[in-house]
Write a protein that binds this ligand. Structure first.
Ligand SMILES: [Zn+2]
Length: 390
């Protein structure tokens, strides 16, 4: 009759769970992988952005350099322009003074010229004077030619400088175009990174939601397991079994449990665990009625040590489908403790144990979905809240 009740509870639980869509571990993994892929893409984009920024900085430096060269060239041209102006002035001065001399010679000079020649005291003197006059006009012509050549040379130099400046300006235009191009690429890359950051944020939120949903479903399964254990306890009682069989899988987060206030008759049976579920009534999965959790759950990594909560005698070492590998220690005065879902049990029935003795290892045998110790305290055969004794 009681096993029928057990089966019917299991059926109800199965129906209740059938209505929820279980979060697949694979979808959490996929979301994590997608997050990693997005992070990798972001790293690549960041590297590309950095390369573009470096390129842009180089271009800006190059443009600064070219600007400096253009400014220097401009100064050289200005100097050359002044030089040209002065050369043209010199040329003009020479021309004007030559014109004046020629004009003077031709206006007054004919007689003067003749006078100079006729005032010559000798033929040698005459020749000297004639030579002198010729030399004056030759000098003027040579000077004029020289000044003209200077003007031409300075003008050529100025034109060459202007050509160099034009080349620099063309280079500067090209650099500006390149800079605009790289700036546009940089902006694009920044936008891509921003998009990736949004995608990473969305993916992280999705992952969090999936993990929360998985945790919620895990809690529901544990509650179902507890209900099944309760039913099994009622229907099966003590059944014989091996002392240390069954495997373990996975690993829970381990952390020191907070010692609750009690009478201190019992010590913490699993200090490396955290309390995942307390004793007492709680909503059953799906919100139908309530279950009575007869013990306290210590979630810990598989293989974590379980210690005797007090000295006493081991009265049962057994296995059943609900409790898995479990043992019972009788402490006298009507007080007993039960340790369930063990992966291994190190003590035998009838053995005396002392408080704090390592008696078993945390596992997930029986109706359990993850490694944990289900710890019960019985007083005269009735499960009580372990918190009152710890
Ligand atoms: Zn439990």
């Amino acid at each position: 009759m009681q096993s029928k009740r057990f089966v019917s509870i299991l059926l109800i639980l199965t129906l209740v769970f059938g209505m929820t869509i279980p979060v697949q571990a694979s979808s959490i993994e996929e979301t994590k992988k997608k997050g990693e892929a997005l992070e990798a893409q972001k790293s690549t984009a960041e590297a590309e952005k950095k390369a573009l920024a470096d390129q842009l900085n180089k271009l800006i430096a190059e443009m600064d350099e070219t600007t400096a060269k253009i400014t220097a060239k401009q100064e050289e041209i200005a100097v050359k322009e002044d030089e040209l102006i002065q050369a043209q002035i010199d040329e003009n001065n020479q021309y004007e003074s030559m014109k004046k001399r020629i004009k003077y010679m031709y206006e007054n000079g004919n007689t003067q010229f003749i006078e100079i020649l006729f005032s010559s005291k000798s033929i040698g003197d005459f020749l000297n004077n004639a030579e002198y006059i010729t030399q004056i006009s030759e000098y003027d012509r040579d000077m004029l030619d020289e000044f003209k050549a200077t003007v031409q040379r300075v003008d050529d130099q100025k034109k060459a400088l202007e050509g160099e400046k034009a080349e620099l300006e063309t280079l500067q235009v090209q650099l500006q175009e390149k800079q605009d191009e790289v700036s546009a690429l940089l902006a694009e890359k920044a936008e891509q990174i921003s998009d990736l950051e949004v995608a990473i944020g969305e993916n992280a939120a999705k992952l969090k939601a999936l993990q929360e949903e998985a945790a919620r479903q895990q809690r529901m399964r544990e509650e179902a397991a507890a209900a099944a254990a309760a039913a099994a306890a009622a229907s099966q009682g003590n059944s014989s079994g091996g002392s240390s069989s069954g495997g373990s899988s996975g690993g829970g987060t381990a952390g020191p449990s907070v010692a609750p206030s009690g009478n201190g008759a019992l010590s913490n049976p699993c200090p490396s665990a955290y309390i995942s579920s307390e004793f007492g009534g709680r909503s059953s999965p799906g919100g139908i009625g309530s279950t009575n959790h007869k013990g306290r759950d210590y979630a810990a990594g598989a293989g974590s040590p379980i210690y005797a909560a007090a000295s006493g005698t081991v009265t049962t070492v057994a296995y059943n489908g609900a409790r898995g590998n479990y043992l019972v220690i009788n402490h006298g005065n009507g007080l007993s403790t039960l340790y369930q879902h063990c992966s291994e049990i190190y003590v035998g029935s009838g053995q005396s144990v002392s408080v704090g003795q390592n008696i078993a290892a945390v596992g997930s045998t029986g109706a359990s979905t993850g490694p944990h110790l289900h710890f019960e305290v019985w007083v005269n055969g009735t499960p009580v809240d372990p918190r009152n004794y710890l």
